[in-house]
Design a binder for this molecule. Structure first.
Ligand code: DQA
Length: 146
């Protein structure tokens, strides 16, 4: 099974940005955590982070036919991007929407998720562990031994 862990803008600033909301662990820790978990589970993993909406659209399109599941934290683009929604709908790859913080308890503008309509599940507020939960969900429901 091939899983893409895709992160949007400012996720590269983890550990520095608003640690009271996003925690003290940095992006490298996130990458190590999901890479180690992939090894443990015997799945292939690809990691990609971009601050640019079009780059994320390109990455989703390139996943078509190659990737079996996407763990996606679109970050701020969650709340604005029809382009990312359309990209996910175009490729029909099972995608879990992940947020480190609990967006449901934050500002009104974070209550809207454009991508959610194209996602099989949303995990919010579980920190970096949410990425591992998302991988588990994809492995259990869409993996080779499903
Ligand atoms: C986030 C929540 C978004 O509202 C915010 O813009 C982010 C990160 C999260 O992981 O909690 O950048 O997706």
């Amino acid at each position: 099974m091939n899983i893409l862990v895709l992160n949007g803008p400012n996720i590269n600033m983890l550990g520095i940005r608003e640690p009271g909301i996003y925690g003290k662990e940095d992006y490298n820790f996130l990458c190590e955590t999901v890479t180690n978990y992939a090894k443990e589970k015997g799945v292939n993993i690809e990691l990609y982070q971009s601050n640019h909406e079009g780059d994320l659209v390109d990455k989703i399109q390139q996943a078509c036919g190659k990737i079996d599941g996407i763990v996606f934290n679109p970050a701020a683009y969650t709340h604005t991007s029809v382009a990312l929604l359309d990209a996910l709908k175009s490729v029909s790859i099972p995608t879990v929407e992940v947020h480190i913080s609990d967006v449901s308890k934050r500002e009104d503008f974070r209550q809207v998720s454009y991508v959610r309509a194209a996602c099989v599940k949303t995990i919010s507020g579980h920190g970096i562990a949410g990425y591992v939960e998302a991988m588990d969900f994809l492995i259990e429901n869409y993996g080779e031994n499903k």
